[in-house]
Write a protein that binds this ligand. Structure first.
Ligand SMILES: Nc1nc2c(ncn2[C@@H]2O[C@H](COP(=O)(O)OP(=O)(O)OP(=O)(O)O)[C@@H](O)[C@H]2O)c(=O)[nH]1
Ligand SMILES: [Mg+2]
Length: 348
């Protein structure tokens, strides 16, 4: 099944029902007054963010979201029924854009709801237009039309830490070890075909979310391998964790592997390239003590703070998690301070 993270949808809210133009007609009451009720409001089209969803697959299959029209009012002051709203669940991290590409909404929290198209108002029945000069109005309002538009939905996953690396580096093994995510793991490249998110639970009862994305290769930004389109799922992360195989099967050196990924991150743009990055050597269990020292020395040339772990045995993983968690919190606090500062400026 293809992973769907972009869809165009046709959204139409329901029209409002017409107000009724009606007069009371009963035996023995020759001249009954106006009694036309109001039309009902048309249904809205609403999106709701849910952490239980992780793709836009459902909307890809559905494409048209048409809400019900409101019913017309009727005699005896009867109001028309409201058209039913359509509420569609989408993954947290879904961004809504209009047909020109301008952002309308960003659904970042579980349970957050936004109305894409408002239902038309029901028209007023003639009962509303009675006045001292007109005791029997023959006029009733029509309902208004529901809003309609084309919208583009794009999923940009919400995670704190994004895993990047060449295929087979052990990204999925790592996320399975540290979080509740269970992506497929295998000893061939491009095992992971779609991003997945995992929650890491720390001792303080809190934790952070990690995103596993498909492996990148040189030329990904030109469409090689699975391309770089999945990098948008780590655009919103606070930190990147770059995982490197200490013993690449093709004999590629650590330095070359790191450069290959770095040039792809750079090629994608600043939204990814400017992020704080952890360099982590993986699969240390397959190296002798001497080779470990050598690998570490090579990696330190690239980043003096690099880590060395085994996603399989768990060696070195706890220390890495504590440090990552501290960085996530630090960046979170900085972003918070920045947004509070911006708010202060607005209120000044
Ligand atoms: N010895 C050893 N093998 C590992 C370690 N981590 C991962 N592997 C193996 O490396 C292979 C690839 O692991 P994955 O976790 O699927 O790698 P990936 O980076 O998610 O790969 P793609 O999804 O293809 O990009 C599997 O055979 C894993 O068992 C490790 O720490 N030590
Ligand atoms: Mg994988």
């Amino acid at each position: 099944m293809r992973f769907i993270d972009e869809v165009k949808i046709d959204v139409r809210a329901g029209n409002g029902g017409a107000g009724s133009r009606s007069f009371r007609r009963e035996k023995y009451i020759p001249k009954g007054g106006p009694d036309g009720g109001n039309g009902g409001r048309g249904g809205h089209v609403i999106l709701e963010a849910s952490r239980d969803k992780n793709t836009l697959q459902e909307l890809y299959l559905r494409k048209h979201l048409f809400a019900e029209h409101g019913k017309s009012g009727a005699g005896r002051k009867m109001h028309g029924r409201m058209g039913a709203d359509i509420v569609v669940q989408v993954p947290v991290g879904t961004v809504v854009k209009d047909e020109h590409g301008a952002q309308l909404f960003d659904l970042t929290e579980h349970g957050q709801k936004v109305t894409l198209a408002h239902g038309g108002e029901g028209g007023m029945g003639n009962i509303n237009f009675v006045s001292s000069t007109n005791r029997a109005p023959k006029y009733a309002q029509p309902g208004t039309e529901g809003e309609a538009s084309d919208c583009f939905l794009e999923l940009k996953s919400m995670a704190d830490v994004g895993l990047v690396g060449l295929p087979n580096a052990g990204k999925s093994t790592f996320i399975s070890r540290v979080s509740n995510a269970r992506p497929k793991i295998a000893d061939y490249p491009f095992t992971t075909l779609a991003p997945s998110l995992g929650q890491v639970f720390m001792d303080d009862g809190d934790g952070f979310v990690v995103a596993d994305i498909p492996g990148l290769i040189g030329g990904a930004h030109e469409g090689k391998g699975l391309g770089h389109r999945f990098l948008k799922h780590i655009e919103r992360t606070r930190v990147l964790l770059h995982l490197v195989d200490v013993l690449h099967p093709d004999g590629q050196s650590i330095t070359d592997q790191v450069h290959e990924i770095e040039s792809e991150l750079k090629g994608y743009g600043d939204s990814v390239w400017r992020k704080e990055r952890y360099l982590v050597l993986n699969k240390l269990d397959i190296l002798s003590a001497e080779d470990r020292q050598q690998a570490l020395a090579e990696a330190r040339q690239l980043n003096p703070d690099c880590y060395m772990i085994s996603a399989v045995t768990g060696e070195g993983v706890q220390v890495l998690l504590y440090d990552l968690y501290a960085t996530v919190k630090k960046v979170q606090a900085a972003v918070h301070a920045e947004s509070v500062g911006a708010l202060d400026e607005v209120s000044d």
